[in-house]
Write a protein that binds this ligand. Structure first.
Ligand code: NAD
Length: 260
C-alpha cells in the first residue's frame, strides 16, 4: 500500500517537467494519492495538462495566487470535486529578475511587496481558503531555501521572503494544530528550474554546490518529491512547524573545503 493511499492532495506550482511541484506530484501519485494540480495562468496550461495526464490527474485548474477571488474559487472547486483536501502543497515563488542581482539594498518598494505577496502571503491565503476542507491528519507543505538563514549572494529579497515564509510555517503550524493538521517546509538545495534561472550566478553556484556538499551531489526533484511524500504522510504524524533540509547536507557546513 502507498504512503498516501486514501489521501487527496492539491499541488500548486507546476510550470513544467523541471518544477519541484512536478517531482512532488509524481511521488504523490506513485504513493497512491488522488491529485489536483493548479498552475499560474493560461500560458502554462498547455504544459501542465499533458503532465497531469501522465499521472492520471484530471483536476487541473488555473489560479493566480495574487488574487483572493481565484484562491477562494479553486478551494471551492476542489472541495466540491473531492469532498476534502488532505494535503496542500505550495511550491510557488516570484521576484522580479532585477531584484535578484546586485546589492540587496537596491530592492525597490514595489519589488519587495511583490516578492512577499506571491512567495509568502500566498501560502497563508491558500491555507485560510482550504482550512474548512482539510480534515484531521492533513498536512500543508511549502518550499524554502537556505538563503533565508544565511546570505546567498544575489538571492536578496527572496532570502528575506523565505525567512518570512518559514516564520509563517511556524504560526500556521500553531493554528492548524488545533485541527490536527501539520504544517512544514522543505528547504531544498539548488535545482535547475525556471524560478532558479532568474537568480544571478545560479549556474556557477549549482556546479560548486555538488563539489562542496557532504553528499557531493546535486538535489533532484525526485529527492524532494520523496521527502514531501514522507512529510505529508501519516509516518510524519508528530512533525509540525519544521523546516526539513533536503540539500545533500550543505547546511551543516561552517567553512567549505577549498576547491583545487
Ligand atoms: P518553478 O519555476 O518550476 O516553480 C515556481 C512556480 O511558481 C511556477 O509554477 C510558477 O508558475 C509559480 N508562480 C509564480 N507566480 C505565481 C502566481 N502569481 N500564481 C500562481 N503561481 C505562481 O521553480 P521551482 O524551483 O520548482 O520553485 C518551486 C518552489 O521551490 C519555490 O518556492 C522556490 O523558491 C522553491 N525552491 C527552489 C529551489 C531551486 O533551486 N529551484 C530551491 C529551494 C526552494
Amino acid at each position: 500500500m502507498g504512503l498516501l493511499e486514501g489521501k487527496t492532495a492539491m499541488i500548486f506550482g507546476v510550470a513544467n517537467d523541471r518544477s519541484i511541484a512536478w517531482g512532488i506530484a509524481q511521488a504523490f501519485a506513485r504513493e497512491g494519492a488522488q491529485l489536483g494540480l493548479s498552475y499560474a495562468g493560461e500560458a502554462l496550461e498547455k504544459r501542465v495538462r499533458p503532465l497531469a495526464a501522465q499521472i492520471g490527474c484530471d483536476f487541473v485548474e488555473p489560479c493566480d495566487v495574487a488574487s483572493d477571488e481565484q484562491i477562494l474559487h479553486i478551494a471551492q472547486r476542489a472541495s466540491q470535486r473531492f469532498g476534502k483536501v488532505d494535503i496542500l502543497v505550495h511550491a510557488i515563488a516570484f521576484a522580479n529578475r532585477d531584484e535578484l542581482s546586485g546589492p540587496y539594498y537596491n530592492t525597490s518598494r514595489s519589488g519587495f511587496h511583490l516578492a512577499m505577496d506571491i512567495s509568502v502571503y500566498s501560502f497563508t491565503a491558500l491555507a485560510r481558503a482550504f482550512q474548512p476542507f482539510i480534515p484531521a491528519g492533513g498536512a500543508l507543505l511549502t518550499l524554502t531555501y537556505y538563503g533565508s538563514e544565511k546570505v546567498a549572494p544575489h538571492y536578496n529579497v527572496m532570502g528575506v521572503a523565505k525567512a518570512a515564509l518559514e516564520a509563517s510555517v511556524r504560526y500556521l503550524a500553531y493554528d492548524f494544530g488545533l485541527q490536527q493538521v501539520r504544517v512544514n517546509a522543505i528547504s531544498a538545495g539548488p535545482i535547475r528550474t525556471l524560478a532558479a534561472a532568474g537568480v544571478s550566478g545560479f549556474k556557477e553556484m549549482y556546479k560548486r554546490y555538488a563539489e562542496i556538499a557532504p553528499l557531493h551531489s546535486n538535489v533532484t526533484i525526485e529527492d524532494v518529491g520523496n521527502a514531501a511524500a514522507f512529510l505529508c504522510s501519516d509516518w510524519a504524524s508528530k512533525i509540525t512547524g519544521e523546516v526539513l533540509f533536503v540539500d545533500s547536507g550543505y547546511n551543516i557546513l561552517g567553512i567549505p573545503e577549498a576547491i583545487e
